[in-house]
Design a binder for this molecule. Sequence first.
Ligand code: UDP
Length: 423
Amino acid sequence: MATEDRKHIALISVHGDPAVEIGKEEAGGQNVYVRQVGEALAKRGWTVDLFTRKSHRDDREIVEHTPNCRTIRLVAGPEEFIPRNDIFDYLPTFVNEFLKFQEREGIHYPVIHTNYWLSAWVGMELKKYQPLVQLHTYHSLGAVKYQAVEAIPAIATTRLNVEKTCLETAECIVATSPQEREHMRSLVSERGTIEIIPCGTDIRRFRAMSKAEARGQLGLEQDRNIAFYIGRFDRRKGIETLVRAIAQTQIRAQGNLQLIIGGGSRPGRSDGIERDRIEGIVNELGLSEITTFPGRISDELLPVYYAAADVSVVPSHYEPFGLVAIEAMASGTPVIASDVGGLQFTVKSEETGLLCPPKDDGAFAEAIDRILGDREWRDRLGQAARARVEAKFSWDGVASQLSDLYSRVLAEKTAPVPLKASA
Ligand code: UDP
């Protein structure tokens, strides 16, 4: 396709750098989503620029990913990691730098897709300067999050206001699950346009390889049951529930269980502190012999870990979508997840895994025993899980829905308003 035929789109993710290694520095689902959407759209004929805040002095300002998809790091505030609750003050600079970048490059983005409330604010500001359509994905809703946390940060009021205004004024909000849309409607505003397009996963990368082969590759025991967690070390992820559940399972009492808790962490930072706390509980419950912490798992090995596991556990207190669940399912591994948010959409209880009340370690223990105690059922759940991801959550399908949505919203916005016939 000739360059002039391609439409430009900017995906803005101020605090989640799409070019970093996932599993590092709080990088998780949002980083994966923005990068995957970007690359998939580029294949569909868009010229895609992913904008983020430069958070390390040594990072490159522009990173080319694939043809027509690159990350652009704008300098807004100190070039170092800043926790997301402290970024708001730097957003006006981010907007300025974005405008300067457009001018320098001679590009005008008619469509922007913003991610998380910080970027929502950036998008709403940009709209004051130029015509554009804004689509937004929340990734996390303040109104839901603050129900579950003990200490509400000072930035909460600003965040809640931005999330409400964005819902009411953006051309379209992309909810990633019906549950997320329901929360927007009941807790944020009844106004505004919402479309549901789920997150996706790469069904070629995450595939159902044989357990024997996967375990052989990782040097894991062939006959032992393996329960697997992967994700950020954050209290909201409920890793404590999983550990306490493991301690109560019969399968562990029979001496036939291994627990793998994967994910990167930084000593002294919030994720490092949570990791140490979890390790403390593991030791206290006498589980250290059967628990391993492999740290950040590389992109190459992650599919192998999922395939090697008998069950993947997602014990989050809340999850707007939860990419880990569909990655495990794509790998043919059943998922035991909290009965919350997007996990209620992705995991079909009794068909592709089991759902348990959040924070209920007794229920998680029972679910683990049920699945690990019946290999035939485990395999059936795994096959159904894979089929569900193929049908509903493949990146190709998700990206084509997003591409159609951008084109439609853009066409609606630029179409001449029909004259009203006089009565
Ligand atoms: N991931 C991770 N840790 C690693 C390697 C990868 O968490 O060591 C990936 C994981 O595969 C998934 C993403 O990070 O794609 C986490 O997304 P999810 O939506 O489950 O949670 P979030 O981070 O958004 O809370």
